[in-house]
Design a protein around this ligand. Structure first.
Ligand code: ZN
Length: 395
């Protein structure tokens, strides 16, 4: 048996007073976040001293003794917010995210977390200092709830229950796949499978543009202005949901059938940033690139990779990342590597031996081989369980 974490998200049914309490907690969390961020910045720039939650949580606790309105907020929630800042810093230093920003009312996502003190009773949940709240239970909760997060999306509040679930130790699958992430397609697999992109944004784009135009015509901060604004935010939610569902389906399918998945180590964050160009190197083709980057982010690569990593992990498989260099230019038959092999976006034609195939699938084959090479060199620690399950063979 092994333990995994699974999150269940439901829409809450708070009454008016509970809504106000949520908004108040969210507001104080924003304030605490901003204060702690500010303090870290100031202390670092003046004394070159990094601060973390161990230093800041006692100070927040001290403030709670001084201000009544701060005491009304559950202390664990505020502590969690400070810990979130640690995570944000870590993500920044590891290159996964931008430097943490100030949270602004109405612009940042409102959320706060309870690590303990909550209770779940069928269709309602108990939160410290708030009480019982009903929620729309759309599926059964399995496992032991470890912590819960309350968040706002548009005018609705949601609860996400993170559970520890025991799953049987799966026998890893013996199939391996290289995956080439695409722009027009979501991805291509080394066995020739191509998963198309849902291209959701295009579908909703007209609708979005229309709404934004209508918003521009409304008097600012009028009743109708907020009405349209709510409509826009609902549309954004729908787009995000559709995309997430699609990505989940694709990654579940891949993880179910493959014990080894090889991906290119694309720093999505870096790629989307580089289009802006720096001052010494004002990016060439900035416009084309920013269009490209938008579709990269559209395709949700980061999300895709993240889902694959945990789903393949649940099934006791492994995900290997390889250097993306030349994967789209090398001929898998004779090894000849040149950019002339790729004269069009869609086709691969080897200049030397004449091998011709779908360009993305060819890249996926190269990626898979690079993954095997990394494993053979013993660069990946988790190779043993797979070997025990049988020989890996390329799909
Ligand atoms: Zn060739």
């Amino acid at each position: 048996m092994k333990t995994i974490h699974k999150a269940y998200k439901f829409r809450l049914k708070p009454d008016v007073e509970q809504c106000q309490q949520f908004a108040r907690i969210a507001g104080v969390c924003r304030l605490v976040w901003n204060l702690c961020l500010e303090q870290r910045k100031v202390v670092y720039s003046s004394r070159r001293m990094p601060l973390n939650s161990y230093r800041q949580i006692p100070e927040v606790t001290q403030l709670r003794h001084e201000y009544d309105w701060l005491r009304e907020i559950p202390s664990q929630v505020l502590q969690q917010k400070v810990c979130d800042l640690d995570v944000a810093y870590k993500n920044f230093f590891e290159g996964h995210a931008d430097f943490p920003e100030r949270k602004k009312k109405g612009q940042s996502v409102d959320s706060f977390r309870f690590p303990q003190g909550f209770k779940i009773d069928n269709r309602r949940i108990f939160l410290p200092k708030i009480g019982w709240i009903g929620f729309f239970k759309s599926r059964n909760i399995k496992g032991v709830p470890k912590h819960i997060t309350v968040s706002r999306n548009g005018k609705h509040w949601f609860v996400s229950i993170c559970c520890e679930v025991e799953i049987a130790n799966a026998v890893p699958k013996n199939k391996a796949a290289g995956i080439d992430m695409g722009i027009t397609k979501l991805c291509a697999l080394s066995d020739g499978t191509v998963i198309e992109n849902p291209n959701i944004t295009k579908k909703y784009k007209d609708k979005l543009v229309k709404l934004q135009r209508r918003l521009a015509r409304k008097k600012k901060f009028s009743k109708n202005f907020y009405k349209i604004k709510a409509k826009i935010s609902r549309l954004h939610t729908r787009i995000a949901n559709t995309r997430r569902d699609f990505t989940h389906k694709a990654t579940t399918g891949i993880a179910k059938n493959h014990g080894l998945v090889v991906l290119e180590d694309l720093r999505v964050k870096n790629m989307s940033k580089s289009a802006k160009g720096s001052t010494d190197n004002p990016g060439k083709m900035v416009r084309q690139m920013s269009g490209l980057n938008r579709s990269i982010l559209d395709a949700g690569w980061g999300e895709f990779r993240c889902q694959l990593e945990y789903k393949v992990g649940w099934a006791n498989g492994i995900v290997v990342l390889v250097d993306p260099k030349n994967t789209s230019r090398r001929c898998p038959i004779c090894g000849y590597t040149a950019k002339e092999n790729r004269l069009t976006q869609a086709d691969f034609v080897c200049v030397k031996c004449g091998y011709a195939a779908d360009a993305d699938v060819t890249a996926a084959v190269n990626i898979l081989r690079a993954g095997h090479a990394r494993l053979a060199c013993g660069e990946i620690g988790a190779v043993r369980p797979l070997r025990e399950a049988g020989t890996l063979k390329a799909a």
